[in-house]
Design a binder for this molecule. Structure first.
Ligand code: ARG
Length: 749
């Protein structure tokens, strides 16, 4: 009887994973996903998506600037990505006089394109599985340190074997927390230039208010071009460089889509934690994220005062402000979503079943049907035989204590995770906190063996460009305020602040000196509080003063605190690492029939699904809740508002309904749309492709309802927010009049 029930349950619960969940490796598509994808509307062959020897989709997908995705859209190396991905470069190229961030920029010829200081794109050449090779060198008796050493040795060999004499960058990464390994071969191009960008009022329409929200009306795109030498090889910037002739570029479809149409996305998702245990989620919700959110908001408020007063300051800090704001809202959204959906409880149930399975192997207990019912994805090895031989017993004991170790680790690190986030945000948001430490070794050369022809002038000359970089866009009043705010917050929120600050805090408590006065005094005395002061010091150095510089002392102690790990901490970390790896291994062993995909870790993935509305009732301008139109943009328009202003020309085009060939059949200009693809940060700028592999949009965001997505995929709520490619073309063509760009594209009407 039991067997029959189990069989039935097996049939019910071992359904394929919801089609839309999963960030898949290209080399596994054929085996794991292809049949499914075809059923859903894919017309390409697996070879047309990923082939090592022939041109395929993968040749048009690049990692952009290390943290985003982009795609090649012309035979002359045009690169399309999000506006928020090019944001730092656009801001860097802007000045008060030529404010491209505010007004947009469109190069009419190659010669007008602008080269940012540093920007690269990374092409994907191939990948392969090296799990057996690496795991074969390891054994269970190894310490974590030995394990790591052995892995790194093997990785070094693999990298060398595959880099083709330095032509390629090879990266070997661990998946499923050290249970599998793959290598990736890349080719990096470092001469990448800005070709076009809409004004912020289009590219960032809706600002932080609309960020992570649907319905959305943002033209979040910008255009760059990759250059190489005349043979098409990567080369540092040179006037003689020429636009790259890529192996493949994406055709663009202006035909649009309808609900349930197939949609796939290729890109570089940054990080997910889908295996994260319940206790880890609890830690984030209750300790780590609230600290992050609080410290971010404090930094943002302090920055904004100065950014609002001065346009150059606004440009200089635009990018770091946007990134702090982006995560501030994201982490806050995660706290809400994880709490609302009781995500940790869900996971805890599965862990309970896993634990029983692990122990049942020891005792020979069978799980009963109720266990299995409560967890569809933790099925499979429900009937286990009691272990017989010694090795069987050892083997069966393998997973029995794993969850305890994991839970213990989190309970011991809760407080630290909170303190570290206050500290980290201080280091992230304040240059005064970081610059002194980063410059220490360079400056200490002023006092070491200097050689015969040393002069302080020469020293300054030699290090000038580094110093310029450190102080690039440094605005002292803002920096001082952020520094004060962050250090005060950190000091008041931690049980063990760094000594210098703790002493100052004590003095404040005793009424001797206010904490603000202490910090102001430290800034006033320091050689690091402005570039002028630092350069004057270099010309006239004094070792005692340097060694006792108050900002240097604080900076060093902050970094030391952040990095500090006692021997016990290290042992705890090692035990946890091992247990986490075993947990994943065990869970997979328990359910051998499931299809698994590894957590995101900035490697190229494909996710497929469909165009789909969000079943959350929110006001939307379009008749259906899976796309928005320009009408909705205009409805949100607030003249001169920081976030909801619109360029006059766009308003005029809307009034005249002058949409060119880009309107849909009903005469509306589509702006953004939704798909149920499984993406995360890092996928920004990824192409959304139809069944024929044609570009229909650009992924740029997720929705706030699904912020739990990085630890659990919710097919009901998780959506990707995309810019419709027709809106992109409309802005380039009708708004900017940049026909030169349109002419380069391969458009399928
Ligand atoms: N939430 C988007 C992401 O993480 C970034 C959007 C940028 N836009 C903005 N208004 N901050 O990819």
């Amino acid at each position: 009887m039991k067997k029959i029930i189990l069989c039935l349950l097996f049939a019910v619960f071992i359904l394929p994973m919801k089609a839309n969940e999963g960030m898949w490796f290209l080399m596994h598509i054929e085996r794991l996903n292809y049949v499914d994808m075809q059923k859903m509307g894919l017309k390409l062959t697996p070879e047309e998506i990923y082939s090592v020897n022939h041109q395929s989709l993968k040749d048009a997908i690049v990692q952009f600037g290390g943290g985003c995705t982009a795609e090649i859209i012309s035979k002359n190396g045009l690169v399309l990505t999000n506006h928020h991905c090019g944001y730092g470069q656009i801001a860097e190229l802007s000045t008060e006089e030529n404010d491209y961030l505010t007004n947009g920029f469109w190069a009419k010829s190659y010669a007008e394109e602008l080269k940012p200081k540093s920007l690269s794109v990374r092409f994907f050449v191939r990948m392969d599985d090296v799990s057996q090779r690496i795991l074969g060198k390891l054994n269970d008796a190894m310490s974590e340190a030995d394990r790591e050493k052995t892995i790194n040795q093997e990785i070094a060999k693999i990298e060398k074997e595959n880099n083709d004499g330095g032509k390629y960058t090879v990266s070997v990464k661990s998946f499923y927390n050290g249970n599998e390994f793959y290598y990736f071969v890349y080719q990096d191009y470092t001469d990448v230039r800005l070709v076009g960008t809409p004004p912020s009022s289009v590219g960032k329409f809706g600002g932080d208010t609309d960020n992570w929200e649907w319905p959305r009306h943002t033209g979040d795109f910008s255009i760059f071009r990759v250059y190489g030498d005349k043979d098409g090889n990567p080369a540092d910037y040179a006037e003689t460089n020429v636009p790259l002739q890529p192996k493949y570029h994406l055709p663009i479809s202006t035909k649009g889509y309808k609900e349930n149409d197939f949609a796939m996305i290729l890109g570089y998702p940054g990080r997910t934690n889908r295996w994260m245990p319940a206790a880890g989620i609890d830690q984030n919700v209750n300790y780590a994220y609230p600290a992050w959110v609080e410290a971010s908001k404090k930094a943002m408020d302090a920055m904004k005062v100065y950014m609002d007063k001065n346009q150059q300051v606004k440009l200089d800090y635009a990018s770091s402000y946007a990134s702090i704001a982006n995560y501030w809202k994201n982490r806050d959204g995660m706290i809400q979503a994880l709490t609302k959906h009781k995500t940790a409880d869900e996971k805890r149930k599965k862990e309970l079943i896993f634990n029983r399975w692990a122990n049942s192997k020891v005792k020979g207990n069978n799980l009963d049907a109720t266990d299995i019912k409560s967890s569809s994805s933790l099925m499979g090895a429900a009937t286990t035989k009691a272990p017989q031989t010694k090795t069987e017993i050892e083997e069966s004991l393998k997973y029995s204590g794993v969850m305890d170790i994991i839970n213990d680790y989190y309970s011991q690190t809760n407080q630290k995770s909170k303190e570290n986030n206050y500290l980290l945000m201080a280091l992230r948001s304040s240059k005064l906190a970081t610059i002194p430490s980063r410059m220490e070794s360079m400056l200490s050369q002023l006092f070491s063996d200097k050689g015969n022809d040393f002069t302080t002038e020469k020293f300054l000359m030699k290090n000038k460009s580094d110093i310029d970089n450190f102080y690039n866009g440094f605005y002292a009043p803002l920096e001082e305020d952020v520094y004060k705010t962050q250090l005060t917050l950190y000091t008041t929120k931690t049980n063990e602040p760094i000594t210098i600050l703790f002493n100052a805090w004590m003095k404040y408590k005793e009424g001797t000196e206010t904490f603000d006065a202490f910090i102001e005094n430290a800034i006033a005395k320091s050689i690091f509080s402005s570039q002028e002061k630092l350069e004057a010091f270099i010309l006239n150095p004094n070792e005692e003063q340097f060694k006792n510089d108050p900002l240097l002392l604080i900076s060093k102690e902050l970094f030391a605190k952040y990095r500090y790990k006692s021997e016990e901490d290290k042992a705890l970390d090692d035990e946890f690492q091992k247990a986490y790896r075993m947990m994943i291994q065990g869970m997979r062993e328990m359910n051998p029939n499931e299809k698994y995909y590894p957590d995101a870790n900035s490697t190229l993935r494909l996710t497929y699904g469909k165009v789909l509305p969000l079943p959350v009732d929110k006001r939307n301008d379009a008749s259906v809740n899976y796309f928005t139109t320009l009408k909705g943009t205009v409805a949100k328009y607030k003249p001169n508002d920081d976030e909801f202003d619109m360029p006059q020309k766009l308003i005029d085009l809307h009034k005249a309904k002058d949409f060119g060939p880009y309107a849909d059949k009903a005469g509306h200009l589509p702006v953004n749309f939704l798909t149920d693809n499984d993406i995360t940060g890092g996928n920004s700028g990824s192409p959304v492709l139809n069944g024929k592999g044609e570009l229909i949009g650009l992924a740029f965001d997720g929705n706030i309802e699904a912020m739990a997505g990085d630890v659990i995929f919710d097919p009901e709520l998780q959506r990707t927010i995309n810019v419709d490619v027709r809106y992109i073309l409309f802005i380039i063509d009708k708004y900017a009049g940049a026909k030169n760009i349109i002419d380069e594209l391969t458009i399928k009407k």
